[in-house]
Write a protein that binds this ligand. Structure first.
Ligand SMILES: Cc1cc2nc3c(=O)[nH]c(=O)nc-3n(C[C@H](O)[C@H](O)[C@H](O)COP(=O)(O)O)c2cc1C
Length: 361
């Protein structure tokens, strides 16, 4: 950390403590620059055993155990993501994170798919379960409660929040349309968050969508969120299980390079998602966005993994071991992508995000 940054952080710490560097009360400054963490964020951190109110999104194959371990070790909440993985693989993934850190972490399930391995994740000792794209069954909730794990549910409206709260969610993730990956939201975060906060009352709400730097975290916390959940920014880290071509494009992209579409729907029909504009999208758009069966280049093999072909419109993002036309694949990215300009380790990133949040940078 540079000495200027250190000095600035020292100053901010003094502001947060309510005194200037000379011991003079700076209440007015503190009101203009709310102390970080906010009381809500501090309560979340205490309840979840964290030192920072930063949650990493469970992004299927991209959210490797190494990524989850690094985020949790840095004081945030790391996550791995499960879609249709076999029970043995789920057991191995959860056990690897447990072996790598004694800090809390989450296992994410997409409810657009049946979560048959929830029991396996709990048995393997997952301390937290996170759901998106649906509301879990009462049986799933009972299993989570019996295991003593925490439960978070990603929602995108006040109505969704109420349904999740009725089931006893320990925290909510409020997603806005700025988000990368699959987007269940239909309104931007700044519109949805106040409504969800009102519905959630005292239950912690994490803001998600387009948050990729300290300033955006600060904005979310000042708006009343207890924490943030970040996806895209963590894809551009050393530990993320994404192809280097994809990571390098994230470093160069801006918000306007992302599109909200249903282009990459083979594997998950009609599910809206936000991705980087690329040759597959441009070709499909130029053809008038036709449905499956009528799309240009539909049978093209764009990449292979362990000898297995990956066709053009698959939902699967480019992994590190894939070869071929990587940049023709679905490269999920949120609207905060313009804040990504490097490829740090996840631990270094978490530290920097929080320093910048505290400093208001
Ligand atoms: C590459 C990628 C994969 C994602 N996969 C999942 C997933 O498997 N499950 C899930 O709940 N959310 C997933 N998300 C969405 C996140 O939960 C979250 O809403 C989103 O990342 C927040 O926006 P941001 O990417 O701008 O930070 C994914 C996001 C990205 C970028």
């Amino acid at each position: 950390m540079s000495s200027t940054r250190r000095e600035f952080l020292r100053h901010m710490t003094a502001v947060i403590a309510g005194v200037s560097a000379h011991g003079i009360p700076v209440v007015a400054a503190a009101q203009q620059n709310p102390a970080m963490p906010t009381p809500r964020a501090a309560a979340l951190m205490k309840a979840f055993g964290l030192t920072l109110p930063i949650f990493q999104a469970g992004m299927a194959s991209i959210a490797t155990p190494e990524l989850a371990i690094a985020v949790s070790a840095a004081g945030g909440l790391g996550a791995i993501g499960i879609i249709t993985d076999a029970p043995e693989r789920v057991r191995t993934l959860v056990s690897s994170v447990k072996a790598g850190t004694n800090r809390p972490f989450a296992v994410n399930f997409l409810l657009a798919f049946d979560p048959p391995t929830l029991g396996v994740a709990l048995e393997a000792g997952a301390p937290g379960i996170q759901f998106a794209w649906g509301i879990p069954s009462k049986e799933s909730v009972a299993a989570i409660r019996t295991a003593g794990a925490k439960m978070g549910i990603q929602i995108a409206s006040a109505e969704g929040a109420r349904r999740a709260l009725d089931l006893g969610a320990d925290y909510l993730i409020c997603q806005g349309t700025e988000a990368g990956g699959h987007v269940q939201a239909s309104t931007p975060l700044q519109e949805t968050l106040p409504r969800v906060l009102e519905a959630a009352h005292l239950t912690p709400v994490l803001a998600a969508g387009g948050i990729a730097d300290g300033r955006a975290i600060r904005r979310a916390l000042v708006a009343g969120a207890s924490g943030v959940l970040i996806g895209t920014r963590f894809v551009a880290t050393q530990e993320a299980g994404a192809h280097s071509d994809y990571k390098n494009l994230l470093i160069r992209a801006n918000a306007g390079d992302t599109v909200f579409t249903v282009c990459f729907q083979d594997g998950w029909p009609n599910a809206p998602h936000r991705v980087l504009r690329n040759p597959t999208f441009s070709m499909w758009e130029a053809a008038g966005c036709p449905p499956p069966g009528k799309r240009p280049g539909e049978g093209d093999v764009v990449a292979t993994q362990a000898g297995n072909p990956i066709l053009r419109y698959k939902t699967i993002p480019p992994g590190p071991a894939m070869t071929g036309m990587i940049t023709h694949m679905a490269m999920y990215a949120g609207q905060g992508v313009g804040a990504i300009r490097d490829l740090p380790s996840a631990g270094e990133l978490v530290e920097r995000l929080w320093e910048d949040c505290v400093a208001g940078l």
